[in-house]
Design a protein around this ligand. Structure first.
Ligand code: GLN
Ligand code: ZN
Length: 765
């Protein structure tokens, strides 16, 4: 027997975004369901053949989806909410209706809720559950795809999201009784899984992968009894079970996981290498095998195979080769498909990376190397890996000393404004002189078709830089004029020059690389191309000063400069693996600090540093929050503390759910924060009151996520309510978020009401 290799899941978007193209054509009425189904078959088949040819022992099936794999489970487990199933649509249309809503003919249903998947940038559809949920083995997706692969000559290991994770990722449906807990449905759900497993066994499947990623969360700790009872049934029901946890560490959950009657336990050794010892110890006297997640499913760095082999050796020494598998740390869905599609990356940089297909080859090679079955070609590949890793390590040592020294020499003074808020506030009153209840916006104005076309034409070289710049200047003039006509108080330039709030900065920073085809699924058919932090980050020259200065020149009203914060730039990029996130965040913060100071020098009196990602960047385990929040807050303060008292710093968060991080939000010490509030109740503002928040706050009075124009009376009411909890001299009037996805008509109408409401408040409070 020997070490086997396995891949936990593969990107389902196609190497050339085939699935996006297929589903969007179908949604747009340009093709039929048959074309979508066909595209799915082709993409699955390519993925399977690729993995088989690479020599992977356990090739995954069933992980493919046209939208989201949790949504697949909702459907095939029979948990489709009644409001979608009652229309007698085809399964495919019901599926898309749940994922993205449907407004066709008599059917008008909003999409189901979408949520962030663990600490990744992927989003899943949230199962809606209640006492009335009747699970059933509704569609045969999993066994059908197993058979499809088999017919194509590939023996696969089907993948299921485990019942306990499925329930814990869900929420109480509208018809649930008060206090309902989704986990209470476990006994009803397990029999459906048993049926699926029996069906798979009957079809010939030898093994199955059941994912229970919630095992890396604190909230799995009290679920030992549930895991025991569920897996007592699922372990023996069908094919041999590999129980997979990923994105973090099992910690104390290992105490019950080790006794579950499963064939193998998979653990993420990319994120949490230190857990290997505990796992080996826990299972060494049993029969359970271990699956070593050594090839990262979360980043794009080439695997150090020598290093990975050390883990394999340790495991085979402890358990014997027949009880060890090498694997991706998690599904590879978070990585782009194929590095060979990148034609523009410099060869010396490209050499550092490994995308999903390259990772598959690494895993297969690692498997052969672990069994001493290396061909001469393999030998060469191992040598090449070693040489490449060495080149990368050599590069890492040639760091940018200026940047490193600057980070090493950050002093406590650099993290603090010169004076506390009450003093700054007086200086800002003199310098900016905003009225009571000042009105402002979050930064972007509608990104119209014209703007997108102009940018595309410029990128393609169809218009000159001069022509593009003239276009942007005109856009800014227009946005400024509109704000002046509306009588807003603190203006913005509207961000027409930005393609994306992270990419725009990444492209101007040294140490950041970009792909042309490095798409990663964010949700449904929305894919993103995250920047890659490859080395020490610095700012060769100012990034936003030109357009901010220009916009200030064309207006007599104060202009707010607009930046994306360090934590958010880092969170939405692929970070380096050789340096801590803290160091990377601080390097970006120093670059932004220079930008902030340059904006001040250029005459900008208010500067906003957006940090929408502070919350989602939180580590999975609560025990790890404190150090993260410390460097996140320090990074923000580092970037904003270089200015004089009279310069007003702002920050913005796209959420209002602050309860567990309130002290960190307070510690940012931004002069003004704007937050999402129009959807939430006033509980949030109570938290500001209870926590003695002293700086200025702009809780959104307009929900910009919908085209609806909030009537004036409604905004007045919101302001009245807010003033019950926030002192009148601290309240700023603004929308919930940036306006880039809105149209001009509702933007103008809503802003008119917003300004009128502020004027009304000035007279009445
Ligand atoms: N300044 C950005 C904008 O207005 C902020 C975006 C965000 O909050 N995500 O678009
Ligand atoms: Zn926002």
């Amino acid at each position: 027997m020997s070490v086997e290799s396995s891949v936990l899941g593969f990107p389902r978007i196609g190497a050339n975004r085939e699935i996006k193209k297929a589903v969007e054509a179908y949604w747009g009425g340009k093709s039929d369901a048959e074309a979508v189904i066909q595209a799915g078959k082709e993409t699955r088949n390519k993925n399977w053949q690729y993995m088989k040819n690479a020599g992977i022992t356990h090739v995954p099936s069933g992980d493919f989806t046209f939208y989201d794999h949790v949504l697949d489970h909702i459907q095939f487990l029979g948990a489709t909410p009644e409001r979608y199933s009652r229309h007698n649509l085809t399964d495919l249309d019901t599926f898309f209706a749940m994922g993205r809503g449907r407004q066709v003919g008599a059917v008008d249903e909003a999409a189901m809720e979408m949520k962030k998947w663990f600490d990744s940038n992927y989003h899943y559809i949230v199962p809606e559950l209640s006492e009335n949920t009747k699970f059933q083995y509704r569609t045969k997706k999993i066994v059908d795809e197993y058979k499809e692969a088999k017919n194509a000559g590939v023996e696969t290991r089907p993948v299921l999201l485990g019942p306990i994770s499925f329930l814990l990722l869900g929420k109480a449906a509208r018809d649930a009784s008060p206090g309902f807990e989704p986990i209470s449905l476990l006994d009803k759900l397990v029999p459906v899984y048993e049926e699926i497993l029996k069906d798979l066994k009957a079809a010939g499947a030898q093994s199955v992968q059941i994912d229970e990623p919630i095992l890396v969360l604190d909230k799995a700790a009290p679920l030992a009894a549930q895991f025991k009872s569920a897996y007592a049934k699922l372990g023996p029901a069908g094919p041999a079970v590999t129980l997979a946890s990923y994105y973090g560490r099992l910690d104390s959950n290992l105490e019950y996981v080790k006794d579950l009657p499963v064939a193998a336990i998979h653990a993420d050794l990319d994120r949490e290498p230190a857990q290997l010892d505990a796992i080996l110890n826990a299972i060494k006297d049993k029969k359970t095998a271990v699956s070593l997640g050594v090839v990262s499913g979360r980043n794009i760095w080439k695997t150090d195979l020598e290093d990975a082999q050390r883990f394999v050796k340790k495991a085979t020494d402890a358990l014997g080769a027949d009880r060890v598998m090498v694997a991706s740390s998690s599904t590879l869905l978070h990585t782009p498909v194929d590095l060979n599609n990148e034609k523009k990356l410099k060869p010396e940089i490209k050499d550092w990376f490994s995308f999903a297909r390259q990772k598959v080859n690494e895993i297969a090679l690692l498997g052969r190397a672990s069994n001493a079955q290396v061909s001469s070609e393999d030998k060469q590949a191992l040598e090449e890996n070693k040489a490449s890793i060495k080149r990368r390590r050599d590069f890492e040592t040639q760091s940018n000393d200026t940047v490193r020294n600057r980070v090493a020499n950050i002093t406590p003074e650099m993290l603090k404004r010169k004076n506390p808020f009450p003093v700054r506030r007086e200086a800002q009153r003199v310098k900016i002189n905003l009225p009571k209840f000042p009105t402002t916006t979050i930064g972007s104005f509608p990104q119209t078709q014209e703007i997108r076309i102009a940018r595309q034409r410029f990128t393609k070289g169809e218009i000159t830089e001069q022509e593009y710049d003239d276009f942007i200047a005109k856009e800014i003039q227009q946005v400024v004029k509109v704000q002046e006509e509306m009588d807003l108080d603190l203006l913005v330039h509207g961000e027409p020059e930005r393609n994306d709030m992270v990419q725009y900065f990444g492209e101007q920073l040294e140490g950041v690389a970009f792909t042309t085809m490095g798409w990663v699924q964010s949700y449904g058919s929305r894919y993103v191309r995250p920047p890659i932090i490859v080395s020490d980050v610095s700012r060769p020259s100012p990034m936003t000063v030109r357009w901010s200065k220009y916009s200030q020149e064309v207006s007599s009203k104060p202009m707010k400069g607009m930046l994306t914060g360090p934590v958010t730039i880092l969170a939405w990029s692929f970070p380096r693996a050789d340096v801590s996130k803290e160091i990377q965040s601080k390097q970006i913060a120093l670059a932004l600090r220079d930008e902030v100071v340059d904006l001040e020098k250029a005459g900008i009196k208010a500067i906003q540093v957006d940090e929408p990602a502070i919350r989602e960047g939180m580590p999975l385990r609560q025990g790890d929050w404190a150090p993260y929040l410390q460097w996140a807050v320090d990074s923000f303060r580092l970037s904003t503390s270089g200015v004089e008292d009279g310069t007003q710093t702002h920050s913005h968060f796209c959420y209002s759910d602050f309860n567990d991080i309130f002290s960190s939000i307070k510690a940012l010490d931004a002069d003004v924060i704007s937050i999402e509030a129009s959807k939430s109740d006033m509980k949030l503002l109570k938290a500001f009151q209870d926590n003695d928040y002293s700086n200025e706050i702009g809780p959104g009075v307009w929900d910009i996520h919908s085209p609806r124009v909030p009537p004036l009376e409604e905004m007045k009411q919101r302001i009245t309510d807010m003033l019950k909890l926030i002192p009148a001299d601290k309240l700023i009037i603004n929308p919930d978020c940036g306006l880039k996805t809105r149209h001009w008509a509702e933007t103008k109408a809503s802003l008119l009401n917003l300004v009128a409401a502020a004027k009304w408040a000035r007279e009445n409070y």
